[in-house]
Design a protein. Sequence first.
Length: 416
Amino acid sequence: MSTLEKLAPAASVFDLAKIRADFPILSESVRGGRLAYLDNAATTQKPEAVLRAMDHYYRHQNSNVHRAVHDLAERATMAYEGARDRIARFFNVSREQVVFTRGTTEAINLVAYSFLQPKLQAGDEILLTGMEHHSNIVPWQLVAAQAGAKVVAAPINDDGSLDFDGWRAMLNPRTRFVATGHVSNTLGTINPVAEMIAEAHARGIPVLVDGAQAIAHLSVDIPTLGADFYVCSAHKAYGPTGFGALLAKREHLDAMPPWHGGGDMIRTVSFEGSTWNEPPYRFEAGTPDMAGAVGFAAALDYIDGIGLAAMAAHEHALLLEGTARLREIPGLRLIGTAAHKGAILSFVMDCAHAQDIGTVLDQEGIAVRTGHHCTMPLMARFGVPATVRASFAAYNNQEDVDQLVRGLAKARRLFA
Ligand code: PLP
């Protein structure tokens, strides 16, 4: 059974018209016409509930956290720490396991510098897959270079799935760490992360899962997955930009040194030396983004209010429809057709560069992303400089697919 099949459709509770009405920006006119927002893998739009929660925070709760006895400071702290509880519940971890960050990128850097760097030795290997986002490549390269260690990447099959046997064969006594995306932002491929974690753990190797593209589409139960580190960004799950989390095993966080110094991350400071606060605060130096935390919590409430299974089933239907319609377009090549994939359509057309296709689509009110999608090694693997990427969220509808197909027909007329 595929991951998406496991997410049993709950269509009866899925009210698409109401969901669309929850997102004010969807009624914006662009280029003088209807907006088809299909750039959700880059960032999702935000529902009223998130906008209201953040507005409420600044109107009624704002102060600095953890540092004062006055009423507003208490409200701000309650809001911020309440958000931590909410986020912990969503991923089925304890609040001490939730470290707030600026997003996936910062969370990966935190693990690279605080967890891995002190352990890395010359000759060690960090095993990735060939479909990683640059955020899940470059931080490992930076720490590897300092230690004389090496970053290696497992092969990808022609359909965009991971060559699992190839990946497993690359695990060896030099492998010090494994990092993998849960869902590929370019291909939509859903990686078999539970199996990967089991294989790595059988060899004593810790694993980081980049969940940036997963948390709004797949149910993520971190203890069941067994990931040592799971990282995500709020903005790809209907929450605010510049906010995210590292969800980590407690024993790792307890043993990890701080990586940013400043207020809140210390227990004591003197000129002779300082001592560190407990996790998660040890890793949250400085005034945090309280409104970001509140917005992320509201976004997770929003997702739970609709139900991730119903959202995923709807997105999957759009994926099937979009795939079938795009396959009918002459000269269009889909990149990423794995059996287990999320609602992302990446493609190239033989008549024009992806950038030019994107420009025509924009004229028709269709927001897609064009380029390498921060996955340059993957572009090299498929022998293309760039793709057009249409990515779906729960608020997309049939009209969005129709508009995309019409836009592509126009591009063909213009360029072919
Ligand atoms: N990993 C994946 C798979 C992504 O898609 C992205 C963003 O596109 C990132 C990491 C980086 O996320 P952020 O820019 O929010 O830190």
